[in-house]
Design a protein around this ligand. Sequence first.
Ligand SMILES: Cc1ncc(COP(=O)(O)O)c(C=O)c1O
Length: 400
Amino acid sequence: MVGVAGFPAWETSLTFPQDDLSKLRDQGLLRQLQTMPATGGCFVHEGRRWLNFSSNDYLNLVHHPTVAGAAREAIDRWGTGSTASRLMTGHLELHGELEQRLAAFLDVEGALLFGSGFLANVGTLTALAGPGDLILADKLNHASLIDGMRLSGARWLRYRHNDPEHLRELLGANPTDGRRIVVTDSVFSMDGDIAPLEAIATVAREFGALLVVDEAHAIGVQGEGGRGCCHGLVETLRPDIILGTFSKSLASYGGFVGCRRELRELLINRARTFIYSTALPPASVAAALAALGDLEANPGMAEALRQRATEFGQMLMERGLPLHCGESQILALMVGENEEAVALSSSLRDEALLATAVRPPTVPKGTARLRLSVTLAHEPEDLETGADLIATTWRRAATA
Ligand SMILES: Cc1ncc(COP(=O)(O)O)c(C=O)c1O
């Protein structure tokens, strides 16, 4: 086919996907879907016991009879979909009930559900900030926070990871007449370290900035009874917005915001990912409600998981593995090169152990790693077996 002068022929322009994919392959950055035989931290498949160290079902609730039963009952009563956005006709009693239970659990005035954690983050930042405002974000914040701040149209700057002094420096050097917003994860999803929230909140307050904290990996695990990292802060240092998701500890799907009543009202009116998106399906809401109920009834689960994660971190270190940080249930084993991380992950899969390789742009260049997460599905002997398998496979790869 001949192109119009100045334009490539249509067929030629279609080679771009292959070109782009080849580049990714050459850099060891090509991502491919891998079908998992089952879900959960441990499962039996074709007679073999699998250890999954890449599950975010931290409290081991996705197969819990109460949680799964609540989802089934919700489908029987409400059907499989909520049929419209909350502001149209999709707002069910269940949505309101989950928001109230969540607000009480987090000890905040109000909560608002979103279609996912990603949508909650994008919707919140785009609703709170706009041209003329300034957002200060931790260098390693989750992609959804980065996209939210980019889409908001506000000016944004990134401070060095977990460095409140750099945050203070940037706030001091960048005066603005607009709103200032400080945004951070509490538990960082790919490193597993925890933000120094007290110091960050102190700096934010000093400059009259709003504080937004993403507790996606903290709810259910950190803080008293799994209420998250922000819960232990004194009242004056509590964030203005807590972001979270039901897709990890709460064994379901959907995102949420916890905040003051009037901020919630504003988000209902301004957050486009809330306004223009269908309400969460009843089964997801019911499952989240049941998981939250289970966590409230068993507040020791969070501490038990933290304890298990500490033990696993120690096991990895005793075996000489390069553990990046051992502060939470997420542990990063630093590999460095992309191809090596993928090869290691693949060898472990051959041993029925799932440990996903994480590469740029999810993490900085040269810091490819295995991201390991401990869950309550892992019994102490699973942790020993896992640590042994990882250490043996690691050594075999190093001497190959
Ligand atoms: C820190 C953080 N925030 C937000 C999200 C998005 O949550 P969701 O999976 O519900 O979209 C994730 C992960 O997936 C995350 O790790």
